[in-house]
Design a protein around this ligand. Structure first.
Ligand SMILES: *Cc1c(COP(=O)(O)O)cnc(C)c1O
Length: 393
């Protein structure tokens, strides 16, 4: 475990992402949850799930299919700003068929988890990072920014209302999905004058049961996730919509997920549809593609770079060509490749396939070590030397 005392002597690695605007935004102190708790007032659900029903749904949570009793909501109206902040009963949303989001995809979202610690308290991981990223995504989509403290207050309000829904099993969490979209009913193409913000919560099971299971990756040569000047660095649904067809093609090739190349040279690896990529060299160096504007800057990626750099490992952000990666895997110069993101934390790659090539990867020693270190901080079983954890309830 890297403690601040031991890191003080280490030379600071020149890793751009460690001082990126998002990384710096994440360092700004957040008021306590008690101080933020009354920003989203609770209108309790008059018909919450019964205890028996909740227990049953928590017994086998899966991912993203079951939701808690409440949701957070706020609305932005041009000329008035953000209004109507509240925690309200989880329910279907009524929208005009002319709502701009249904036509022009003006939408942004986030993904962050609440973890139950052994003493019953509930925590989340670097919420200011996600708050700042949602604001940055909103800017790119010409949407109003929700103030970062209101973003965190909405998580506090929702998790406090639905605290009984935070599972306590190993690897389990309450997945929080903040999102905002253009709800104004107008078919003209312009930035909407009404935006609705919600947070919904879904109990989520352990991604891995009994050790990390490697996944197989199809490298897409026909389709790209993002292009220069586009929306690749923003967390917006449209990026995902565009990745569904290549994802289907990956499955047709017998692979679990798709990996995208850059759209300009079409030779450099970027990331998966919803996870960043890292390469572990046999000499221990960890490399990841540099942020070029077409890669989504992951909170997990950022935390892993910090942990690795502070543990004295050589960490490099650089252009990684597909050919170089294939050569490295074949020669043994690359020992592991893994993907990382909030949902799975880290996933080792076991096979990399594309037009005209297929290579296998064996190990995931470093990947497993990163997984245990990060999840130990998130689950409160090891100290949190970075102050990454934020107590919600
Ligand atoms: C959300 C996302 C990630 C991972 O980000 P985390 O903050 O680590 O969850 C990576 N790539 C894409 C495209 C994403 O949307």
């Amino acid at each position: 475990m890297p403690m601040p005392e031991t890191t003080a002597a280490m030379p600071r690695s020149p890793i751009d992402s460690l001082t990126s605007p998002l990384a710096r935004a994440a360092e700004v102190p957040v008021p306590t949850a008690d101080e933020l708790a009354d920003r989203f007032a609770l209108a309790p659900n008059p018909a919450p799930a019964s205890e028996a029903e909740r227990t049953e749904r928590l017994a086998n949570p899966g991912f993203g299919s079951s939701f808690t009793d409440h949701m957070a909501h706020a609305r932005w109206i041009a000329g008035r700003g953000w209004t109507d902040h509240g925690i309200v009963p989880f329910a279907d949303i009524s929208l005009s068929p002319a709502a701009a989001v249904l036509h022009y995809s003006q939408e942004v979202f986030e993904g962050i988890k609440a973890y139950r610690h052994a003493d019953g308290s509930v925590w989340t991981f670097r919420p200011r990072y996600n708050a700042a990223r949602m604001a940055a995504s909103a800017r790119r989509l010409a949407m109003p920014e929700l103030p970062e403290e209101d973003f965190i207050a909405s998580l506090v309000g929702l998790v406090r209302a639905d605290a009984a829904w935070v599972p306590s099993g190993e690897g389990e969490s309450l997945y929080l999905r903040p999102f905002a979209f253009a709800s104004e009913a107008f078919l003209g193409v312009h930035s909407a004058g009404i935006i609705d913000y919600y947070v919904i919560a879904s109990p989520s099971g352990a991604y891995f049961t009994g050790g990390l299971t490697p996944i197989s990756i199809w490298v897409s040569s026909d389709y790209h996730r993002a292009g220069r000047g586009g929306t690749g660095a923003a967390k917006t649904g449209g990026n995902y919509a565009g990745s569904l067809l290549p994802q289907q093609i990956a499955v047709e090739h017998g692979c679990d997920q798709v990996c995208f190349l850059d759209d300009i040279t079409q030779t450099n690896i970027e990331e998966l549809g919803g996870m960043n990529l890292m390469v572990v060299d046999a000499d221990g160096t960890v490399r990841t593609p540099r942020l070029t504007g077409t890669i989504l800057e992951g909170s997990t990626r950022s935390a892993i770079l910090r942990l690795l750099a502070d543990s004295g490992r050589r960490v490099v952000e650089e252009t990684i060509s597909l050919q170089g990666m294939l050569d490295g895997i074949r020669s043994g110069a690359i020992s592991e490749v893994f993907a990382c993101g909030t949902a799975a934390v880290v996933v080792p790659l076991g096979r990399l396939k594309g037009e005209g090539f297929e290579v296998e990867l064996g190990g995931h020693e470093v990947t497993s070590e990163i997984h245990s270190r990060l999840t130990a901080i998130q689950n409160g079983t090891e100290p949190d030397p970075y102050g990454w954890m934020y107590r919600l309830a």
